[in-house]
Design a protein around this ligand. Structure first.
Ligand code: NAD
Length: 334
């Protein structure tokens, strides 16, 4: 079965790995139309795929009506050549420092997501995959019973506490758009709540893993937030986040409009993460300092992945040891 993929945010951490995995079967006739406005990425992330004629890239903004109309017409022009059209929405204002920018996150993550969904419905796409976030679990991001489930009620920090949750609130709304579109028979699809994705080649290494490695490399020490004295997290390699997207996209019975947690259960404290990175970098007595505090930052984030594991054959393939080794090799290259 041949597929036409329409991917927003295609040069971002999730998008570029999706391109790689989709194109990895050299015999496949699948085709990708992807766009990104380089808000947080560059064309370098897909340099190894850009010459593949099955991948077409456009420097477009999801909020630009003319550019989105052109993208839609390109999908319409070729869609009859494929058995299935799959939209995957990765475009978003994602990094923690942007979580507080209410208007920007609303425009791209909420209004942009919905415009892309309506486009998918108009062109007659069969499927839409919506990237949401585990940030929606907010202050109840863990429990002692194998992690939070998709069906758990939420306890969110609100504007009384921090503007940070505006990002999560916007993402939560997209899950309702997704459910409505499926319930009204317009398209199949689902939302995915990823937890702490990392990659060996982040363009702007602001996530904690590249931050720690680069800090040790450049300054010989790392300065963590005060929250890190207690915080624990699990980390999901972007290879596994993307294999989850494709596992869901290829399992029709899973595309019922609901939500899937995608995470690992390898929990580690941020201090131990820093020590582990240091030891892998050959630093025996690492200097770890603390400065600054982030409001409404949950101490733990542990997600149950029973639902996706039951409904698809997905499971993570890259454990933290292997993922960190790859990151360190790559970031030490400079
Ligand atoms: N990274 C994580 O830990 C994480 C966790 C949970 C959920 N997610 C979600 O997964 C999805 C993919 O995130 P990612 O990790 O690949 O982040 P990323 O920042 O690497 O990728 C997002 C891409 O969207 C692009 N973009 C931003 N605004 C745009 C616009 N107006 N028009 C077109 N492109 C635009 C950026 O340039 C970037 O390439 C997002 O929806 C994000 O919210 C990520």
């Amino acid at each position: 079965m041949s597929k036409l993929y329409a991917i927003s945010g295609v040069t971002g951490m999730t998008g570029n790995e999706l391109v790689r995995q989709i194109l990895s079967d050299k015999e496949s006739k699948d085709h990708i139309l992807g766009f990104d406005n380089f808000y947080a990425s560059s064309i370098d992330t897909v340099a190894d795929c850009i010459d593949d004629e099955r991948f077409e890239f456009f420097e477009y903004d999801i909020n630009n009506k003319e550019q989105m109309a052109d993208f839609e017409s390109r999908v319409n022009a070729v869609k009859s050549q494929y058995d299935e059209v799959i939209y995957i929405n990765c475009a978003a204002v994602v990094h923690t420092e942007h979580f507080y920018h209410v208007y920007e996150t609303y425009e791209t993550n909420v209004a942009g997501m919905n415009e892309f969904l309506q486009q998918a419905i108009r062109v007659g796409a069969q499927k839409y995959i919506n990237c949401s976030t585990s940030e929606v679990y907010s202050m109840n991001s863990w429990n002692e019973n194998g992690g939070v489930k998709e069906s758990d009620f939420l306890t969110m920090a609100v504007a009384e506490h921090s503007q940070r949750t505006s990002y999560a609130t916007g993402k939560l709304l997209t899950e309702f758009f997704m459910k409505d579109a499926v319930d009204t028979g317009k398209i199949k699809g689902c939302s995915i709540r990823f937890a702490n994705v990392y990659s060996k080649n982040e363009r702007f290494p602001k996530h904690i893993i590249p931050f720690i490695i680069n800090s040790f490399r450049d300054n010989g020490k790392v300065v963590l937030l005060e929250n890190s004295r207690k915080n624990k997290r699990t980390f999901l390699n972007n290879y596994d986040s993307c294999s989850a997207v494709l596992a869901l996209a290829n399992t029709d019975s899973a595309l019922d409009g609901t939500v899937y947690n995608v995470a690992t259960d390898e929990e580690i404290s941020i201090i131990d993460l820093a020590k582990l990175c240091a030891s892998k970098m050959g630093i025996s007595d690492p200097v770890i300092e603390f400065d600054g505090y982030r409001e409404s930052d949950p101490e733990r984030r542990l997600l149950s992945t029973e639902k996706i594991r039951t409904r698809t054959s997905w499971k993570p393939a890259v454990d933290l040891e292997k993922g960190l080794d790859e990151c360190i090799t790559n970031y030490l290259k400079g």
